[in-house]
Design a binder for this molecule. Structure first.
Ligand SMILES: Cc1cc2nc3c(=O)[nH]c(=O)nc-3n(C[C@H](O)[C@H](O)[C@H](O)COP(=O)(O)O)c2cc1C
Length: 354
């Protein structure tokens, strides 16, 4: 059965224009990544996980994660924490910042997070998880979604017990990444659990894990009854994977690859500043230029360069074909909304005491 990925669907009152969702990824899902994801066909994009404690302390860097661009809606901002009251306060800040959906992270397997009682740890404490969901749902007027793993231990089916409880507590959508926390990213996502979860709840379910091609997206949608598929690693440095999943033949030219990477660099510098962007961007060079697109030593060469300006010049010189990367880049920048239209600052209420 062919599933139409262009079909729109809803999370509460929010209309999602396609059945493709861009995954939240810490250290990856900056605004530039999310805006690019929307351009390439994702119907919903998500921020990386944001610490509710950091928001509550008004930590400057954490507040920066709440900066939302005009052209990335619909957007979910994901928060993590273990205290219902602090999570509710963080959710209110997310709403004030202009997000469309608040997402709660019950999936993070990293020890630094789980040892505080947050992330995947909440799956082991259903009463606390439900208290968090209830407190957040009561604090905001936006729809609330929850993202979770199958459970902590390998073979766990905890998601099937806790999922319906989270919906009763106020979750308008569940995203399931059906690996255990212990598995981290090894083995395979077992989407037979996604199908079981779909049967148990009357809210849309998003299937996350190992969606790398159109064929896989079609199979998972058709066999699970999920409302949408979420794509994470396959889209790192490769927005064309999103276009391919949406049904377009999308192998990019070298010039397009360079133009998208340079645009991504420029936007990231604007968002987080040159200093932070320099280290942050290094992993993206390999992601963009790999897949046989450029010879391996080229990436090594870029990583060694001192400034991002030098990286940009070297990249543009490496793709002079017709139309050259400079031309493609100019066209892309012309099509994008720019300046104040896009880079909204945070509403004053988020900084202020009110
Ligand atoms: C580098 C990286 C960072 C991630 N950060 C988050 C996160 O902040 N919040 C979250 O819910 N999931 C996070 N995930 C999990 C992804 O959202 C997704 O569920 C998982 O990677 C499986 O999907 P994939 O096979 O399409 O990558 C992260 C995954 C990766 C690879």
């Amino acid at each position: 059965m062919q599933v139409d990925l262009n079909e729109s669907w809803r999370i509460g009152a929010v209309e999602i224009p396609s059945r493709l969702v861009l995954a939240p990824m810490a250290g990856v899902s900056v605004q530039a990544f999310r805006r690019q994801g929307r351009r390439f066909g994702a119907g919903l994009v998500c921020s990386e996980m944001v610490s509710c404690a950091g928001l509550s302390y008004k930590n400057e860097r954490t507040l920066g994660y709440l900066r939302i661009a005009a052209d990335e809606h619909p957007l979910a901002v994901q928060i993590f924490g273990a205290e219902p009251g602090v999570m509710a306060e963080a959710a209110r800040m997310v709403e004030d910042a202009g997000a469309d959906i608040v997402d709660i992270n019950f999936g993070c397997p990293v020890r630094k997070v789980t040892k505080t009682g947050a992330g995947a740890h909440c799956l082991e404490e259903p009463a606390r998880a439900c208290a968090i969901v209830e407190a957040v749902a009561n604090a905001i007027s936006l729809p609330l979604s929850v993202k979770m793993r199958r459970g902590l231990a390998n073979g766990s089916r905890t998601c099937l017990e806790i999922g319906p409880q989270l919906v009763d507590a106020g979750a308008a959508t569940l995203t399931l990444h059906p690996r255990s926390a212990k598995q981290m990213y090894t083995g395979e996502a077992d989407h037979s659990l996604t199908a079981e979860l779909v049967e148990l709840v009357d809210v849309p379910v998003i299937a996350s894990g190992d969606i790398t091609s159109r064929a896989r997206a079609q199979t998972v949608l058709a066999t699970t009854g999920a409302a949408a598929v979420m794509v994470g690693r396959a889209a790192q440095g490769n927005p064309w994977a999103l276009r391919q999943i949406m049904g377009e033949d999308a192998e990019p030219s070298r010039e397009e690859v360079v133009a998208e990477l340079v645009l991504f660099m420029r936007e990231t510098i604007r968002e987080v500043g040159e200093h932070r962007a320099t280290g942050f961007l290094k992993k993206f060079y390999g992601w963009y230029l790999g897949r046989g697109r450029f010879p391996k030593p080229f990436k090594q060469e870029l990583v060694q360069l001192q400034t991002l300006d030098e990286v940009e010049q070297r990249l543009l010189a490496a793709a002079p074909g017709a139309p050259g990367a400079r031309f493609v880049l100019e066209r892309l920048e012309d099509e994008l909304p720019q300046g104040d239209e896009v880079l909204l600052d945070l509403p004053i209420s988020i900084y202020g005491g009110g």
